[in-house]
Design a protein around this ligand. Structure first.
Ligand code: FES
Length: 98
């Protein structure tokens, strides 16, 4: 697992993009639970950093496809899956399995 950021760098209901080995990873904090996604929509590649997070979904800012926070699946367009990564917290460190 890679140590990618500190929890204190990702505010509650906020986001942070980190670059790991040339790959952009989007971290999202929902009430202390940290999620990690590829920062690129699987539909047409829009950055997910401007996405809206609400009701268990992250919605792409471009066409509004909604992806599950837990597994990246899109109920309306199941052929598109947002890449998600498992996260572990260790003190203030966010560890992501890339
Ligand atoms: S680019 Fe994300 S929904 Fe189209």
């Amino acid at each position: 697992m890679d140590n990618v950021a500190k929890i204190s760098e990702v505010p509650n209901f906020g986001k942070k993009v980190v670059s790991i080995s040339g790959r952009e990873i989007l971290l999202v904090n929902v009430k202390g639970t940290i999620y990690a996604f590829e920062n690129e929509c699987p539909h047409q590649g829009s950055p997910m950093s401007a996405a809206v997070v609400k009701d268990g979904y992250i919605s792409c800012p471009r066409h509004g496809y909604r992806f599950s926070l837990t597994d990246g699946h899109c109920a309306e367009h199941p052929e598109f899956i947002l890449a998600t990564f498992s996260v572990q917290l260790n003190g203030d460190d966010i560890l992501v399995d890339l």
